[in-house]
Design a protein around this ligand. Structure first.
Ligand code: HEC
Length: 129
């Protein structure tokens, strides 16, 4: 009987911790809005080199937030910085194909992180998971 209780306690301890999704800080929401804004400007061909540089800088800040929390998020921030820097270089060299291919990489990194860490609550309302 005592053994049974012991096993039961062990089993309960082994239940994986449930991580509740949390509301993002106003800072995080602002980062995301700025990210989207810069990405749209780059897509629309507005001052591409300068906006891509700003995007790379923005991802440095976002990486500082996520760095120790999640490897997936940290990697997507690093990938975004590299791709945004490559967009800036390509734009400065009038290399449209280079801009296009690296722009896709930025979009891919948004998706990777969102799949892992963004929880949709309702239309336009998200939590961090
Ligand atoms: C490092 C992870 C990560 C990356 C990379 C990332 N996001 Fe997010 N994003 C999140 C998380 C987590 C949320 C939910 C929390 C929030 O809204 O701040 C979110 C929310 C958003 C929102 C909703 C903001 C709101 O609450 O109103 C937008 C828009 C957005 N992301 C756009 C983008 C775009 C565009 C990119 C790529 C250019 C991108 N994100 C890259 C993690 C990321």
């Amino acid at each position: 009987m005592r053994m049974h209780t012991l096993f039961l306690s062990l089993a309960l301890c082994a239940v994986p911790a449930v991580f509740a999704a949390e509301d993002p800080s106003p800072q995080h929401v602002k980062w995301m809005k700025d990210t989207e804004d810069l990405q749209h400007k780059i897509r629309d061909g507005q001052d591409v080199a300068a906006n891509a540089k700003s995007l790379a800088a923005l991802y440095k800040d976002i990486e500082a937030y996520w760095g120790k929390k999640s490897e997936v998020a940290a990697k997507s921030c690093k990938d975004s910085q590299a791709a945004a820097t490559a967009v800036a270089t390509a734009a400065a060299a009038n290399d449209a194909a280079g801009v296009a291919s690296n722009r896709k990489l930025i979009g891919g990194a948004c998706r990777t992180c969102h799949d892992q860490h963004r929880e949709k609550v309702s239309e336009g309302v998200y939590k961090i998971k």
